[in-house]
Design a binder for this molecule. Structure first.
Ligand code: MLT
Length: 254
């Protein structure tokens, strides 16, 4: 196990739903859906290691470490099994959880995410981002990504604010972990718990086709396409995103 204790926030009581943010973000991206989740769902919003208020830890980051951190948090909260949802990079963590700790999950949601590993070009891009962070800090990363995350003007500044809460070492750790992650397509069909795939119709970071493919491979999966979203459906269409989670929770409880 690992030595990093994750910062987290928690809302309501009931069926636990652990919501894992993407890169370069933190737990705050999920806050807009909380009022719409209603009673009966215990939403748990951690910051992954090196993100938001969680420490980066002394060793190079990996999906395995991030998944172990989530398990450690579940242990701390005395949650034996949970529904887990991940946004983008958070989805890569969810896949590692499903692979390494299948007995601890009873439902999964992949939000604006994918099961494929990085292409060689993508890995090169990650290495270039690491170089850029080392020489110029995190602002060029934020400015480069922000216009591709959403087309909703009023969300630009709130998302910029969340991204600016990142720190260089944490982002470098995330980039390393993403570049090193495995392709999950070979074993995706072995996930037999209820699954939900959410995709923004206009996602410019991860094309909707990746979600359509995952939905086909996952055995008990439902695909929900957010027609007015890009990469941030939980902020762009919070009510619809919460509704999709509610129906996943119902399927898990059946
Ligand atoms: C994310 O939104 O978490 C990342 O951009 C995903 C990625 O770069 O693969």
């Amino acid at each position: 196990m690992t030595d990093v204790r994750l910062y987290y926030e928690e809302a309501e009581e009931g069926e636990s739903l652990i919501l894992i943010h993407g890169y370069p973000l933190n737990h705050k991206i999920w806050q807009p859906i909380i009022p719409f989740l209603g009673k009966g769902i215990r939403a748990i919003l951690p910051d992954l290691r090196g993100c938001g208020k969680s420490p980066a830890g002394p060793v190079s980051n990996s999906m395995k470490l991030m998944a172990e951190d989530v398990i450690r948090l579940m242990d701390e909260l005395r949650i034996s099994t949970s529904i887990v949802a991940g946004h983008s990079m958070g989805g890569y963590v969810i896949l590692k959880l499903a692979e390494s700790f299948p007995d601890r999950i009873k439902g999964i949601a992949m939000v604006s995410s994918q099961a494929v590993a990085d292409t060689p070009e993508k890995k090169e891009g990650r290495a270039a981002s690491i170089k850029l962070i080392n020489s110029e800090g995190i602002n060029p990363i934020i400015n480069g990504m922000l216009p591709r995350l959403t087309e909703t003007p009023e969300l630009i500044e709130p998302i910029r604010q969340i991204m600016s809460e990142s720190n260089p070492a944490g982002l470098i750790g995330c980039l390393t972990a993403m570049a090193d992650r495995d392709d999950a397509n070979d074993w995706l069909h072995s996930i037999i718990v209820p699954a939900l795939v959410i995709a923004g119709r206009n996602d410019k970071i991860i094309p909707i086709e990746r979600s359509i493919e995952m939905n086909k491979s996952l055995v008990h999966s439902e695909l929900v396409v957010m027609e007015h979203s890009c990469h941030m459906p939980m902020m762009e269409q919070p009510q619809e995103t919460a509704n999709a989670f509610q129906s996943l929770v119902k399927r898990v409880k059946k």
